[in-house]
Design a protein around this ligand. Structure first.
Ligand code: ZN
Length: 94
């Protein structure tokens, strides 16, 4: 399975151990924002956070899909770009 994320992004997981929470690095996405794994445990943890594809062809196809911002006319083909755009253009009110 291919996990699609942001290029070079380091993914960490939080583990509970002895009443304490430990954060440990799990893997880093490659330059294309992809990480390949068939570990069911890892995939289960990641599926709420990232898009997961059966193979690299499907992952590549999805990267070409144009994404439209729901709040303005901004478009891009990369989820990371869209997240950056949202942070800058539509910051959440606190
Ligand atoms: Zn926007």
């Amino acid at each position: 399975m291919i996990v699609l994320g942001n290029p070079h992004e380091l993914v960490s997981i939080t583990e509970r151990k002895d009443e304490a929470r430990h954060r440990r690095p799990l893997f880093r996405f490659d330059k294309d924002g992809m990480y390949e794994t068939d570990d069911a445990k890892i995939l289960k943890r990641l599926k709420s956070q990232f898009h997961i594809f059966d193979n690299i062809e499907l992952a590549n196809e999805s990267k070409k899909v144009k994404r439209h911002c729901s709040k303005c006319d901004f478009t891009c083909t990369n989820q990371g770009d869209m997240l950056t755009h949202h942070r800058k253009a539509h910051p959440k009110k606190t």
